[in-house]
Write a new protein. Structure first.
Length: 475
């Protein structure tokens, strides 16, 4: 009888081109996503050596990190919006030129399909189960939600994939994170992701590819699975994945780049063979339960520095390990927080609903439900940044933009926006922000900016109240 294999093992083995002892494995790459920040150098290297892109039809270019999300009304079109930052402007221009001269698949700024690469590829059906997907971007782990092996790569690796459609890799270890239970009231996939990282720590996944399993994961929608896999990288994992099932197939059916007709049927048949076999083993297994889970808010400068909304800011003395004590001390000083402060008493200046973690339609619907008929606190500046042009269009068709605007939120054009301070959207020194993004390290949203990671519903309620609130009390 054949050895039982994990989902990871099946995908890995199906993509081996060559194995060289001591060097690693050469893998075939199905899909290569490129964005304007990490692709200029690799394309320049190809050009200077007269090489082409090996598979232009499997290479997808998007512009997300460096574009302003300024509403276009007064400019007529998105490409007319000025980009004051010189290096950002050059990145955008260079991506456009490279896409054209190397003839790759490309969604220009004015194309309604453009947006954050990790939102767009699933939405277009570019992300498929059983594939290997890479991108010069750490949050490529998002695509693992579809039962793909998806991971971020460095600049020289981007060049290697562009030129050869292959990549040398050292095989990661495997880890199962099994979560049993269901999402308690007021808790979303974002709370689950923060809860998991809070329990296992930011280094737990190092060197591992994580498969999320268990009833809590099975019950998640595709959008929710993407949120969880998006944050796998914040637990140090190389990649995160969820086995494909009926939820996955239903999401992908009829998406523009998904297979059609007979090819679809064949694909689904193959995809059904992918889930880990009974008895397959992982190098490490962690089991969690959602019973005691509450809505989460980070208080520090890593996603693991997280508290339930009913909790208080911890004291460095609460930690036994001296390194953790020191990290907490430093984080509290940076965040300007006093131990013992109730999480719900922390006031914010800004609210950001967006990023590849939480900018899909389901996220905006959740936030709009909370905001409807209410007003943003006068002390708060709040913005909603849809993850793609299509998310924005659909949200507008449902009137979500009206709900946000009437409440006093800014309704922006798609992009990475304030997830990272690269495109003009950023926090000022000392500003405190409730953010639906995935990273809260020092300076992430702007120099001296203070980031608290939360779910879209919690961010929305915080904007209205002016301070963190327990979404379970919200009416
Ligand atoms: C700019 C890019 C390389 C970076 C990443 O790799 O993740 C960004 O997307 C981020 O979230 O910090
Ligand atoms: S939204 Fe944030 S985390 Fe996602 S790709 Fe953009 S910068 Fe990175």
């Amino acid at each position: 009888m054949e050895q039982p294999r994990t989902l990871f093992e099946k995908i890995w083995q199906a993509h081996v081109v060559r194995e060289v002892a001591g060097q690693g494995t050469l893998l075939y790459i199905d899909r290569h996503l490129v964005h304007e920040v990490t692709s200029p150098q690799p394309f320049a290297a190809l050009r200077s050596t007269g090489r082409k892109v090996r598979k232009p039809l499997a290479t997808f270019g998007m512009i997300d990190h460096s574009i302003p999300t300024t509403p276009v009304a007064e400019y007529g079109s998105r490409s007319n919006v000025p980009i004051p930052d010189q290096s950002a402007a050059v990145q955008v221009k260079t991506m456009e030129q490279n896409a054209q001269s190397f003839n790759i698949q490309f969604f220009p700024i004015n194309d309604v399909r453009n947006g954050i690469v990790h939102v767009v590829a699933p939405e277009q059906g570019i992300t498929l189960p059983g594939t290997i997907i890479v991108c010069g971007d750490s949050h490529t782990s998002t695509h693992g939600a579809f039962g793909a092996l998806a991971f971020g790569i460095g600049t020289s690796e981007v060049e290697h994939v562009l030129a050869s459609q292959c990549l040398w890799q050292v095989k990661p270890k495997t880890m199962e994170v099994r979560v049993e239970g269901s999402l308690p009231a007021g808790c979303t996939a974002k709370d689950l992701a923060l809860f998991i990282i809070g329990k296992i720590g930011t280094g737990a996944g190092t060197g591992h590819c994580v498969e999320f399993t268990g009833s809590a994961i099975r019950g998640l929608s595709m959008e929710e699975r993407m949120t969880v896999c998006n944050m796998a990288i914040e637990a140090g994992a190389r990649a995160g994945m969820v086995a494909p099932d009926e939820t996955t197939f239903a999401y992908l059916k009829d998406r523009p780049y998904a297979p059609k007709g007979e090819a679809w049927d064949q694909a689904v048949e193959y995809w059904r063979s992918l889930p880990s076999d009974p008895g397959a083993t992982y190098d490490r297994v962690i089991v969690l339960n959602t019973d005691e889970m509450e809505p989460q808010v980070t208080w520090g400068t890593t996603p693991a520095m997280v508290s339930p909304i009913t909790g208080t800011v911890p004291s460095p003395d609460d930690f036994s390990d001296p390194a953790q004590q020191e990290a907490a001390r430093r984080a509290l000083a940076y965040m300007g927080l006093e131990p013992g402060t109730r999480m719900q008493d922390i006031k914010v200046d800004r609210v950001f609903i967006g990023s590849c973690t939480n900018s899909r339609l389901a996220d905006l619907r959740e936030a709009a439900k909370v905001v409807k008929g209410k007003k943003v606190a006068p002390t708060v500046r709040a913005m909603v940044v849809p993850g793609s042009g299509l998310v924005k269009r659909q949200a507008e068709a449902e009137g979500l933009d009206q709900i946000f605007r009437e409440a006093g939120f800014e309704w922006r054009e798609p992009g990475c926006s304030m997830c990272l301070g690269m495109n003009g959207d950023r926090l000022a020194e000392g500003e405190r922000c409730a953010s639906t993004s995935n990273r809260n390290f020092e300076g992430r949203q702007g120099k001296g900016g203070r980031t608290h990671l939360v779910s879209p519903a919690m961010a929305a309620a915080t904007a209205i109240a002016g301070h963190f609130v327990d979404i379970r009390d919200w009416q």
